[in-house]
Write a protein that binds this ligand. Structure first.
Ligand SMILES: O=C(O)CCC(=O)C(=O)O
Length: 299
C-alpha cells in the first residue's frame, strides 16, 4: 500500500522560529480556498451575529470562535502543514485555544486615530494574565498562533509586526516616547497565501493599516490541553459526524474511555498517532529515495 503523503517539517522553519519567535510558512492556502475564507469572513462581519463578536472601541471588529460560526473555517483546525510544524514545536498534547477573525480598520487619512497611537501602541505578549501570574521572566512557550491573512498583505495593509527574538527576553519591550513601535520591530515578508506562526512570548502588534480597506486575518491559536480555551465552548462542533480524530482532539474531545471513565492522556492520542504516521511515511520515503527524502526529512 502506498502511504498517504503527509507534510514534513522544514528544519529551517523550526530554526527560524526558535531564533526569532516567529516563522513564515509559504503557500499554505490555495487561491480558491483563501477566496472562500474571505467570503465567509465578509459574511460574518456584515451580519448582526453577536455570538463571539469581538469589537473594540478602537474600531476593530471580529469574532472569537470562528470555527463554530461558519464551517468554511473548520479545515483550518487541522491544516496539515501548519499542524505538523506546530506539533513539532509544542508536541502532540494540544488543542485549539482560539480561532479569531480580526478586521483591522484602515486608519482615516484625516480623522483622529483610534488605533496604534503613542498612548496605546498595542505591543503585547499573548495569553492575558500569564505575565502577571508567572512574571515576564518565567513564561514558557505555551501556545502558537497561526496567522492567515485573507486580504492581501501589501505594505500598507497592517500585517502583524514582531520584535525578533523577543520571546526570549526577560524584560518588557519598550516603545520610545512619541513612537508606536520598538526600534527593532519588523513586518515579516509574506505573500498572500503564506501563514505566519508566532508564539505566546513573542512581542507583537497589529500593523498600521492605511490601505483604505479593512485587513482581515484569522488567528488560530494552539496550546497545551491543560490550558483553558479563550473562545466560548462549542460542544455542538464535537457532535459533528464528519470530524477526523485529530480534529476532535483539537476541538476539545475529553480523555474518556468508551464507557465514559477517565482515560488520562487518551485525548492526545490522535495527534500523537498522526505524527508517528507522518514520521513513518518520511522513513519509507527516505528508504525509497534517500537523496530526495533527506531534504524533506522531519526535524
Ligand atoms: O491583528 C493583528 O495583526 C494582531 C493580532 C494580535 O495582536 C493577537 O492576535 O494577539
Amino acid at each position: 500500500m502506498t502511504p498517504t503523503p503527509l507534510p514534513t517539517c522544514d528544519p529551517t522553519v523550526v530554526e527560524s522560529f526558535s531564533r526569532d519567535g516567529f516563522a513564515v510558512l509559504r503557500n499554505i492556502l490555495a487561491k480558491d480556498r483563501r477566496d472562500m475564507l474571505r467570503h465567509a469572513a465578509d459574511r460574518l462581519l456584515a451580519s448582526a451575529i453577536t455570538t463571539g463578536r469581538d469589537r473594540g472601541t478602537d474600531g476593530k471588529d471580529g469574532f472569537r470562535g470562528v470555527v463554530a460560526l461558519d464551517s468554511a473555517f473548520l479545515p483550518l483546525v487541522a491544516e496539515p502543514t501548519v499542524l505538523t510544524v506546530v506539533a513539532t514545536l509544542l508536541g502532540p498534547n494540544l488543542h485549539l485555544l482560539s480561532s479569531h477573525l480580526i478586521a483591522l480598520p484602515s486608519i482615516p487619512p484625516d480623522g483622529p486615530r483610534t488605533i496604534r497611537t503613542p498612548e496605546r501602541p498595542g505591543w503585547h505578549r499573548d495569553m492575558y494574565g500569564v505575565s502577571r501570574d508567572l512574571g515576564s521572566a518565567s513564561i514558557p512557550r505555551l501556545a502558537i498562533k497561526a496567522a492567515y491573512f485573507l486580504t492581501d498583505p501589501t505594505p500598507t495593509a497592517g500585517v502583524t509586526m514582531f520584535v525578533p527574538g523577543s520571546h526570549l527576553r526577560t524584560d518588557e519591550v519598550q516603545v520610545p516616547a512619541g513612537s508606536i513601535n520598538p526600534p527593532d520591530a519588523v513586518v515579516p515578508p509574506i505573500g498572500p497565501y503564506d501563514v505566519v506562526l508566532f508564539e505566546n512570548r513573542t512581542w507583537h502588534a497589529g500593523g498600521l493599516n492605511t490601505s483604505g480597506s479593512p485587513r482581515l486575518a484569522v488567528m488560530m491559536q494552539y496550546g497545551y490541553r491543560w490550558l483553558a480555551p479563550v473562545d466560548d465552548p462549542a460542544a455542538e462542533l464535537l457532535r459533528r459526524a464528519d470530524l477526523t480524530d485529530v480534529e476532535r482532539q483539537l476541538l476539545g474531545a475529553a480523555d474518556r474511555d468508551p464507557d465514559g471513565s477517565l482515560a488520562k492522556g487518551a485525548g492526545a492520542r490522535p495527534l500523537t498517532r498522526w505524527l508517528e504516521h507522518r514520521e513513518q511515511v518520511a522513513v519509507v520515503a527516505q528508504e525509497a529515495n534517500p537523496t530526495q527524502a533527506q531534504r524533506k526529512a522531519p526535524a
